[in-house]
Design a protein. Sequence first.
Length: 182
Amino acid sequence: MKTKKLVTAAMMTAIMCVLAQIAIPIPFAEVPFSLGVLGVFLCGGILEPKYAFASLLVYDLIGAVGVPVFANFNSGIGAIAGPTGGFIIAFPLMALAVSLTAKLMKSRKFYVLLIGMTAAILICYTLGTAWYSIYSDKNILAAVSLVALPLIPFDFAKAILASIVVGQLMPRLEKSNNSRAV
């Protein structure tokens, strides 16, 4: 069973690498709209807490060593030290928040996942905005208006989508885990 969990965690890392590349610059925001956050939500909803955290920590480390897995094919310590570094660093913590919420509430129902994903969004914007504020030397209100407010509706839409997908997917995954090959 541990092998299956490790393989699933590795698959979530790969899915994150792909989804992060789907990024669209928004003229009124300093950071791009990316499906990376959707990847974080899926990872946290599907994996157990330690695997969710580890999966996205591996994603961060892969990007840090130079593999272009961050949005717009960015990579390296420069990307982490750049304007979006706080968001990148937040990803493992976000996945952990979603997964812990599901574990503590012993459910992967839509509303439970949405609660966890809302907590993850708060983590994302707290770290991301604070980092951007320091990086850009802008006050926190200016940073919020440039990197958080424009993306909030998109991130809640991603949370709703991920809650639906995970809610539909998990019973099937759990059923396949419990069935035996003949």
